[in-house]
Design a binder for this molecule. Structure first.
Ligand code: GLN
Length: 207
């Protein structure tokens, strides 16, 4: 419970690690709700787009007739958080994907799928994350995307600290839409989810 308000936060439940996000949101004091239909989307205050397979989720958004309603809610300013495949879907441009993949245009950025290459296909590292002051965040990357271009209104929240991909952008926010290349839902560290839940309780100015 935050400031006496319990936000209803949807988890897009078409494919991917829905359960882990559901648990993390509940542990933050939000009310998680599975979203598979338009009526469920209409009833939530914000939405988490989980990790999974972005091209599959894109296809299912079409099949479940959620693509346009979701784009519309994002245009109307609904807060959203995407991890990994969810980050890819929130971008307005995606590289190394299928030509028929849909994007949701939630963040003005170009994202490259499966960007880290074979040797570091999946890896973990500790990141400094802007706005989270009590120590680095353990970041788990699983065939993760990176952000190749962040638009002028996009805040960069975290970059890979070292190694071959040092400096690469892996967490961003534009208004009330947040995205990470990595999966905080699998580490038990709730700070990124809390940051998102707080945007529903205290929306950021100017959006
Ligand atoms: N590689 C996946 C994709 O393109 C994302 C992986 C993930 O979400 N862990 O959708």
């Amino acid at each position: 419970m935050l400031d006496g308000v319990t936000p209803r936060i949807g988890v897009l439940a078409l494919q991917g690690d829905v359960r882990e996000h559901t648990h993390a949101l509940a542990a933050c004091g939000a009310e998680p709700v599975a979203v598979r239909r338009e009526s469920e989307l209409a009833a939530v205050d914000g939405l988490v787009l989980p990790g999974g397979e972005s091209t599959a989720i894109s296809k299912l958004l079409e099949v479940f007739e959620l693509l346009e309603p979701l784009r519309q809610r994002l245009r109307d300013g609904m807060p959203a958080y995407g991890s990994c495949a969810g980050m890819i879907l929130l971008a307005n441009e995606v590289l190394d994907t299928r030509p028929d993949m849909h994007t949701l245009n939630g963040i003005d950025m170009t994202v490259r799928r499966n960007a880290f290459g074979r040797q570091v296909d999946s890896f973990e590292t500790d990141l400094e994350f802007a706005g989270l002051d009590d120590g680095p965040v353990r970041a788990v990357f699983i065939r993760a995307p990176w952000v190749e271009r962040a638009g002028a209104d996009v805040e960069v929240l975290a970059r890979v600290p070292s190694g071959p991909a040092a400096g690469t952008i892996v967490a961003v926010r534009q208004g009330n839409v947040l995205a990470t290349s990595f999966h905080p839902e699998v580490t038990g560290d709730l700070r990124v989810h809390r940051l998102f839940v707080e945007t529903l309780v205290r929306p950021r100015a100017g959006v």
